[in-house]
Design a protein around this ligand. Structure first.
Ligand code: CO
Ligand code: ZN
Length: 339
């Protein structure tokens, strides 16, 4: 599983350019699923059909996004310095000195225009990528090219660090849950979505296409357990987090209850998550068509949206286990509103 995670996180795939990661995931899920397809926005959909003889199978959609944050070239200046803008939530303070790799294999380093104080962080338009060129003409990248932030995978034992842990760790959990799912009473759609980091776009169209009865996303969340972190009751190593709300979604209480009860019955450790900012694919799923009851299983992750995102391997294994039990057993969401 760690080897697959390394492959997933090493793969280049900023939002809208998910071809490479889709190939890697397709190779994994094709032998495991009953049906595999790719929709117009590039979402990879792997379906596991209900066991023969099951009546009234519910369509359950599980979303994990394949894309990662990155950069797009706005222009190359006369001296061959590459100016860029963000793809998704790129924070200037995380960039200086970092490495960028472009789709064509060209690498570069991020430099800054001088600032008045050494501790100032300039905005992205005062930064540039130095690819070793000395003129616009011999610069190997051009306007519109996309790049991702490079950083090597490190295995610290329980803690694992890589770029794009957001959300390749969710992809890994989805792949492993599918691998472990021998039989299900549900009609399960694992969706590896595109363009989450630019506003949950792939989840929106895939959820519309699938028209699920319920669903959840698997994504990273923040952390509250390093120096100075405050007011966030989630720590690495204490189990996957069951999301109750985030900045864009109130999880359906019935789905939360389904997750909590399953975790307690199966003796899987879990945490309750109330995140004030940010959101996931579940928001798009919840608001599609006439609305869908959804939730989210989060993998606690330190340093989200830096090139060194850290997760705890035990949380990953417990998330796979929890989802496995959820999908192997019948679900009955009791209506909380009585008419
Ligand atoms: Co993200
Ligand atoms: Zn994410």
């Amino acid at each position: 599983m760690k080897q697959l995670l390394k492959t997933l996180t090493d793969t280049f795939s900023p939002s809208g350019y998910e071809d490479e990661i889709r190939k890697v995931i397709l190779k994994e899920v094709k032998p495991l699923a009953d049906e595999v397809r790719v929709d117009a926005l590039g979402n990879l959909i792997a379906r596991k059909k209900p066991a023969k003889g099951t009546k009234d199978a519910k369509k359950i959609m599980i979303a994990a996004h394949m894309d990662e944050i990155g950069v797009m070239v706005t222009h190359v200046d006369g001296n061959g310095f590459v100016r860029f803008t963000n793809i998704g939530g790129v924070y200037p303070r995380n960039l200086p000195g970092g490495h960028v790799r472009f789709a064509n294999g060209v690498s570069g380093v991020i430099g800054l225009e001088p600032t008045t104080s050494a501790t100032d962080v300039p905005p992205l338009n005062k930064m540039f990528i130095d690819v070793g060129a000395d003129s616009k003409k011999n610069c190997p990248v051009k306007t519109g090219d996309v790049g991702s932030f490079e950083r090597t995978f490190i295995d610290l034992g329980d803690k694992l660090v890589a770029k794009s842990m957001d959300d390749r760790i969710g992809c890994l959990v989805a792949i492993e849950a599918l691998r472990a799912l021998k039989s299900t009473p549900h009609d399960v759609y694992f969706v590896f979505t595109t363009q989450e980091e630019v506003g949950t776009r792939g989840a929106e169209t895939s959820a519309y296409g699938i028209d699920p009865d319920l669903g959840f996303s698997i994504d990273v969340t923040g952390w509250g357990d390093t120096p100075g972190q405050k007011d966030f009751d989630v720590a690495l190593g204490k189990g996957p987090a069951i999301k109750i709300r985030d900045g864009g979604m109130l999880a359906d209480p019935r789905v939360v209850q389904w997750m909590v009860r399953t975790a307690e019955k199966a003796k899987v450790p879990y945490q309750r998550e109330v995140l004030l900012g940010g959101t996931t694919d579940a928001r798009a799923m919840q608001l599609v068509r006439g609305g869908v009851p959804v939730g989210c299983i989060s993998i606690p992750c330190r340093y989200v949206h830096t090139p060194s995102e850290m997760v705890d391997y035990n949380d990953v294994k417990n998330a796979v286990k929890l989802i496995g039990v959820m999908l192997s057993n019948p679900v009955n969401l009791q209506l909380i509103v009585t008419l």
